[in-house]
Design a protein. Structure first.
Length: 328
């Protein structure tokens, strides 16, 4: 950990919402590799109710803690952390990650060697060591059509699923679960778009970083364990609805109204297709007396997405922040 008079190599920015134990494990993993690069850790707590903030204060006194009065979402929370950062580089890191001891030093060293790289993401694996697809091509209608027709498993082009993830490669985006960004890239491209509460904000940010003249690179020589989706599972139905809204926002902002209208049509088709897949599962589980909560949450979300995509222009053309319930 850097001292107050020593500028850090990297400022690690973590936004947490009710992930106390995961956050503790994440912070411990950072401490275990602290000799690899001078760093500071900034945690923005999004009004957690599980005493996450108390845990950070008591167990990790060197961490800078910012407590929000309500849930800011990932983008606004990350931007707040980056405003406080002093490092040459900024790292956005999810609380449900474990940083290998050499990962920080590896990423900082790579950025030092490649001055035209604005953002880089490490190799992400699950706790069993299996690869997680964490980078991909910039979004477009051709790729999205594959996703909407549920063909992304056969043709995983958006996340480069066909490609050997063992080598360094320039990509369209890297996931915000762990991404290191150059301060100069932040200044030229701007911060995360605060109108995006969650989802696609990392993709949209990488698009702007590239348009500002910087490279975005996948760097597998550094590795981070990522559990994935821990905050999402706390309110799964709502997160699915927000995710689709964020995608609409991205297309409206970067691809214009015509492509947005095509995306609306594709989205309605996708949701009907998903309902057809999940409704039998929900009925079967309910008839067997087993819990169908996940299937039920999905069906509720798919129905809401259809209704709002057809009828609610503030949802499918959300080129302004949607009011956030301060009690969320």
């Amino acid at each position: 950990m850097s001292t107050s008079h020593q500028k850090p190599d990297v400022s690690i920015c973590i936004v947490s919402w009710n992930t106390r134990e995961l956050l503790a494990d994440c912070l411990e993993s950072i401490e275990a590799g602290q000799g690899a690069a001078r760093h500071e850790v900034i945690v923005v707590d999004n009004a957690s109710t599980d005493h996450s903030a108390d845990m950070v204060q008591n167990r990790f006194p060197s961490v800078r803690l910012e407590c929000s009065g309500h849930n800011l979402g990932f983008a606004r929370g990350s931007n707040r952390a980056m405003e406080l950062a002093r490092g040459r580089y900024l790292m956005l890191l999810n609380p449900d990650t474990l940083v290998h001891p050499d990962a920080l030093g590896g990423l900082v060293g790579f950025m030092d060697r490649e001055p035209d790289v604005g953002a880089a993401g490490p190799r992400l694996v699950d706790p069993a060591g299996r690869l997680q697809l964490s980078c991909g091509r910039s979004p477009g209608l051709a790729l999205e059509t594959l996703n909407k027709f549920m063909l992304h498993k056969l043709f995983p082009a958006f996340k480069l699923g066909y490609w050997d993830h063992a080598r360094v490669r320039d990509v369209g985006w890297v996931t915000g679960a762990c991404v290191i960004v150059r301060q100069e890239a932040l200044r030229t491209a701007g911060p995360l778009d605060a109108a995006m509460f969650m989802f696609y904000e990392d993709v949209e940010w990488c698009m702007r970083i590239q348009r500002a003249g910087w490279r975005v690179v996948y760097y597998p020589d550094s590795e981070v364990v990522h559990l994935g989706g821990q905050s999402v599972r706390q309110d799964f139905r709502r997160m699915l609805v927000i995710s689709q809204r964020s995608q609409f926002y991205l297309y409206h902002k970067h691809h214009g109204a015509h492509r947005l209208q095509l995306l609306r049509l594709l989205t309605v088709f996708e949701m009907l297709l998903r309902i057809g897949i999940w409704l039998p599962r929900f009925v079967m589980r309910s008839s067997c007396g087993t819990a169908g909560s996940v299937a039920g949450a999905r069906l509720q979300a798919y129905r809401e997405i259809i209704v709002r995509t057809v009828t609610d222009s503030s949802y499918w053309a959300p080129f302004a922040p949607e009011p956030v319930n301060k009690h969320q």
